[in-house]
Structure formats: structure tokens, C-alpha cells
Design a protein around this ligand. Sequence first.
Ligand SMILES: [Zn+2]
Ligand SMILES: [Zn+2]
Length: 137
Amino acid sequence: MDIQEVHHHLTQHGIKSSMQRVVIMQYLMEHKTHPTIDQIFSDLLPSVPTLSKTTVYNTLKLFYDKKAVISLAIDDRNVRYDAETSDHAHFKCRKCGAIFDVPLEKTDIPAFRGHISHNPDEIQIYFLGVCGECLKG
Ligand SMILES: [Zn+2]
Ligand SMILES: [Zn+2]
């Protein structure tokens, strides 16, 4: 991933770059797995030994407040994070636990085809089932 893209995503959302913010955002942009705080922390720790879990937590909270990431309530144990902030739904595999992006537009949802005056700025829709990999065998 081009580091400029990471900087761009941060500045676009009014976030000043710092080493740790860039590293965490880059991780999220490169890993479309919707990781938890624990996963992000343990994956980054070897390359960023000064990182603390509190920093990861606070950085993700900042990203979330600035709408640079979305958080998913799809997992009942852990919040998952996603740097893909455009409208989309998710599919969670009951077997392997993987979470995939599913394309979805607001206009795909009948309730929002024009005749409701609310303006949702976040979509939390998810499907549960068995993913293609697990179906294969
Ligand atoms: Zn699966
Ligand atoms: Zn996603």
C-alpha cells in the first residue's frame, strides 16, 4: 500500500498524521479482515515495539469519531474495525468466523428508496452463513 494513500485517508478525515496513526491506519487499509483491537495490537507489536494497547484503543476511537473507520457489532465478543467507510454490508461465516465485505448501496434497501426523510450515515447490515471457502470443504 502506498503510504501517501494512508496519509490522504487521514487528512481527508481531519486527522493529523503521527507515526502510530499511520501504522494503524495502514494496517486497517491493508487487512480487509475487520480485525479486533487485540489482533491489530498483536500483529503490529513486533514491528512497533513502543506500541501499547491503550494507544491502539485511543487511536481507533479517534478514527471512529472522525469517521475514518467504521466499527462492526457483528461479533458478540469484540468490536471489529474497518477502514472501508463507503456503504457496504458484511457476511460472517459461521464456520471459520471470517467477515467479508458485501456491496450494498442505501438505495438497495427498500425503506430508503426516497420516501423516508431520515439520512442514515452508516449501514450496519450483516448476513450469517457459510463462506465459499468453507463450502468447498
Ligand atoms: Zn468460512
Ligand atoms: Zn467491511
